[in-house]
Design a protein. Structure first.
Lengths: 115, 109
């Protein structure tokens, strides 16, 4: 079946612009995760949803970052007033149930470049 | 912030040789997982070892875990050119995965 998909795959934004990154999880997966991966580093946790509930947003680096999953399926990560340090690959992952420890399946990521 | 360090940062071997990567972490864990990442296939889960396990095998992969030293190792035997990728360990506590800094493996013919 289809895996996790993300769009767009590449995004170039001018500093100060707002961006919205979309994640389509695997159908039926309850849990959804967002990670940020800087060049040459491992992914870093941003936030986690169980259905539509955002249970953990401790990794969001500032109040310019906002994530939602209103119907418990598709999720959007929004970054307001982008800064150069926001340049990174943003990865989305889904799992059957994050609390139960099921494997996370990752999407291909969105590479954001802020100029 | 990253959970810990992986060692070495980069490794270059010839096809057929074994590759060993090490991972150290800082906090208690439920389990530790290894992932592979390359440009073609993104981040792919390889193997999971629980905190009460010491060793696990999957095909050409062997993982060890020493919770007293907060460290793990990944051994890839009989490496192939297709194993060229970055390898990350990730520790799980609750629902959160915390990744290491990664080892870049280059397998040459």
């Amino acid at each position: 079946g289809a895996g996790v998909s993300q769009s767009p795959r590449y995004k170039v934004a001018k500093r100060g612009q707002d961006v919205a990154l979309r994640c389509d999880p695997i159908s039926g997966h309850v849990s959804l995760f967002w990670y940020q991966q800087a060049l040459g580093q491992g992914p870093e946790f941003l936030t986690y949803f169980q259905n539509e509930a955002q249970l953990d947003k401790s990794g969001l680096p500032s109040d310019r970052f906002f994530a939602e999953r209103p119907e418990g399926s598709v999720s959007t990560l929004k970054i307001q007033r982008t800064q150069q340090e926001d340049s990174a690959v943003y990865l989305c992952a889904s799992s059957l149930d994050g609390l139960a420890g099921y494997e996370q399946y990752f999407g291909p990521g969105t590479r954001l470049t802020v100029t | 912030s990253q959970q810990g360090e992986e060692d070495p940062q980069a490794l270059s071997i010839q096809e057929g040789e074994n590759a060993t990567m090490n991972c150290s972490y800082k906090t208690s864990i439920n389990n530790l997982q290894w992932y592979r990442q390359n440009s073609g296939r993104g981040l792919v889960h390889l193997i999971l070892i629980r905190s009460n396990e010491r060793e696990k095998h999957s095909g050409r992969l062997r993982v060890t875990l020493d919770t007293s030293k907060k460290s793990s190792s990944l051994l890839i035997t009989a490496s192939r050119a297709a194993d060229t990728a970055s390898y990350f360990c990730a520790t799980r506590l609750g629902s959160k995965l915390t990744f290491g800094t990664g080892t870049r493996l280059q397998v040459t013919l």
